[in-house]
Design a protein. Structure first.
Lengths: 110, 110
C-alpha cells in the first residue's frame, strides 16, 4: 500500500492566505521531514519533525506519530512560497532510506 | 560554502554516452545517497553509502555505478545512457535521521 500520501496534490492561493498541507504515513514509516522544492529545483529542508510541533517564521509543522499524520502550516503566504512541498519518512530496516510522498504543488498568486 | 554540492548542474548528452555526476559534502556526515526525481516529480532512492560502503542498491540497472573514494564524495557514473535516464539526480547526506540534499543535476539524454 501507499506508505506516504500527501494532500492536496495541487493548491492555488492568493498572496496573504493561509494553508495547511497534510501528510499521512503508514506504520512502516517514521522520522518525518518536510521539504520545499523551489521553482529552481532546489530541495530545501523545512522541518525534521518525528513528533510534536515546530515553528520557523511563517511556517510550522505538527506530527502526530501515533495517528500517522503530519501537517505543514503556511501563514500569510508569499509568492516565494510557490513550489512543491514534499514530506518524507524513513522506511523500516534502519537503512536511512527516505520514502517520499508525491508532493503538493503550491502556487501563490500576487 | 555549499554543504552538499553536485556538479554539473545541467548535463545534456546523446544516447549511448557514458557520463558522471559528482557529489561532495562538507558536513562530515557518514551516510550519502543518490535519489532520482522523474518527470512527475516523484523522488526515489537509488543508492546509499555509509563510510564508503554500499548499504542500499534499490534495483537500479547495472549501467549505474556509484563510487565513493572517501567519506566526503559519492559520484554516480552512468554507462550507455538511455532516453529513460533523463531525470533530476539528487545527492544527499544524513545526520542521524535528518537528510540534506544537493541542488540536483538535471540530466537530459537526447
Amino acid at each position: 500500500g501507499i506508505q506516504v500520501e500527501q494532500s492536496p496534490p495541487d493548491l492555488i492561493l492568493q498572496e496573504g492566505a493561509n494553508s495547511t498541507l497534510r501528510c499521512n504515513f503508514s506504520d512502516s514509516v517514521n522520522n518525518l521531514q518536510w521539504f520545499h522544492q523551489n521553482p529552481w529545483g532546489q530541495l530545501i529542508n523545512l522541518f525534521y519533525i518525528p513528533s510534536g510541533t515546530k515553528q520557523n517564521g511563517r511556517l510550522s509543522a505538527t506530527t502526530v506519530a501515533t495517528e500517522r499524520y503530519s501537517l505543514l502550516y503556511i501563514s500569510s503566504s508569499q509568492t516565494t512560497d510557490s513550489g512543491v512541498y514534499f514530506c518524507a519518512g524513513h522506511g523500516s530496516g534502519n537503512t536511512g532510506k527516505l520514502i517520499f510522498g508525491q508532493g503538493t504543488t503550491l502556487q501563490v498568486k500576487p | 560554502d555549499t554543504a552538499v554540492s553536485q556538479t554539473p548542474k545541467y548535463l545534456v548528452t546523446q544516447m549511448g554516452n557514458d557520463k558522471s555526476i559528482k557529489c561532495e559534502q562538507n558536513l562530515g556526515h557518514d551516510t550519502m545517497y543518490w535519489y532520482k526525481q522523474d518527470s512527475k516529480k516523484f523522488l526515489k532512492i537509488m543508492f546509499s553509502y555509509n563510510n564508503k560502503e554500499l548499504i542500499i542498491n534499490e534495483t537500479v540497472p547495472n549501467r549505474f555505478s556509484p563510487k565513493s573514494p572517501d567519506k566526503a564524495h559519492l559520484n554516480l557514473h552512468i554507462n550507455s545512457l538511455e532516453l529513460g535516464d533523463s531525470a533530476v539526480y539528487f545527492c544527499a547526506t544524513a545526520r542521524g535521521a535528518e537528510a540534506f540534499f544537493g541542488q540536483g543535476t538535471r540530466l537530459t539524454v537526447v
